[in-house]
Design a protein around this ligand. Structure first.
Ligand SMILES: [Zn+2]
Length: 304
């Protein structure tokens, strides 16, 4: 598989279905979450479960699946004493995802997740850059079809640093950022993922998009954000960006190290939300924390 079929579909204004969250689906399948490495260790400890979740997403209709590497960033692995296993963990996650694709649908593309997990702002951007470069290189060498920069919850300058790192290799890049609504109902770059924590507001999303597009021409996705603000964030992105727009929001909230679900939204409710986002110009849709196989299956009927 290569990125070409996805590229062609995007150029022809087709809808691309991305997978949903990995951690919560793994937990549903009986995997244990590590208090430091979250679901990242599962690829090595329980590859059969990670493979199963990937296969479930492919069978549900995902055109693109994402490696279980969100929490295996070099910087967090070093922090928790796994410095000798950085390559092994990341390569294993690519291998397991490839096996899932071979077992199910060879048309599925594989996105390598590069994130800011563990990259606490206090470390400073200079300290984070080698880790971004390292993870991008490992995943790219291991054969992913694209890199998805999961810069969710990150400040704009970190996002820009990641974008700069990603241009060093010749591989397609998608960018994911999170948004929140401020007191004046403006869509802002920021996040709020625990039920009672403060909302972190960084800057106007409009400003962010206009800066990101100087460094990036690939898809921009509103991710790890509240479903209720995702529509407005897509509108903002559409008004400020001519490239491909997408979304994969959250359903629920985080209570370390588990995701808690909110059960009042059915997969069909999610489908109805997604329909409005597509009408507003979103072309890539999936799910983040709390959005699982059932939701991905529901929205897959929108593929054209
Ligand atoms: Zn999330």
């Amino acid at each position: 598989m290569s990125y070409d079929p996805i590229k062609t579909k995007l150029e022809n204004n087709k809808i691309i279905i991305l997978d949903g969250g990995m951690g919560a689906e793994l937990e549903k399948n009986g995997a244990e979450m590590d208090k430091h490495m979250w679901c990242g260790k599962c690829s090595v400890d329980h590859p059969e479960l990670v493979r199963k979740v990937h296969e479930d997403y492919i069978n549900a209709g995902a055109d693109v699946i994402t490696t279980n590497t969100y929490s295996t960033t070099p910087i967090s692995m070093r922090q928790y004493g796994y410095e000798d296993l950085i390559e092994k963990f990341n390569q294993k996650s690519v291998q397991v995802a490839r096996e899932a694709i071979e077992n199910t649908n060879n048309e599925t593309a594989l996105a390598g997740s590069v994130s800011t997990f563990g990259n606490f702002y206090k470390l400073g951007i200079k300290a984070m850059i080698p880790g971004f470069n390292e993870q991008i290189k490992i995943l790219s060498d291991a054969g992913v079809d694209l890199i998805i920069l999961e810069a969710m919850s990150s400040q704009a300058d970190i996002v820009e640093a990641m974008l700069n790192c990603s241009t060093k290799l010749n591989i397609p890049v998608w960018l994911s950022v999170s948004c929140v609504m401020d007191d004046q109902k403006n869509i802002m770059l920021g996040y709020n993922d625990t039920i009672d924590s403060d909302t972190h507001v960084y800057e106007n999303f409009e400003t962010s998009i206009n800066n990101f597009k100087k460094l990036h021409s690939g898809p921009i996705l509103v991710a790890h954000s509240d479903i209720n603000i995702t529509g407005k964030a897509i509108e903002t992105a559409r008004q400020n960006y001519d490239g491909v727009i997408g979304a994969y929001p959250n359903k629920g909230y985080y209570e370390k190290p588990h995701w808690r679900f909110i059960d009042d939204m059915t997969p069909d409710d999610y489908l109805n939300e997604v329909k409005t986002w597509i009408k507003d110009g979103a072309q890539i849709i999936g799910g983040c924390c709390g959005i699982g196989v059932n939701e991905i299956k529901a929205i897959s009927i929108l593929k054209n």
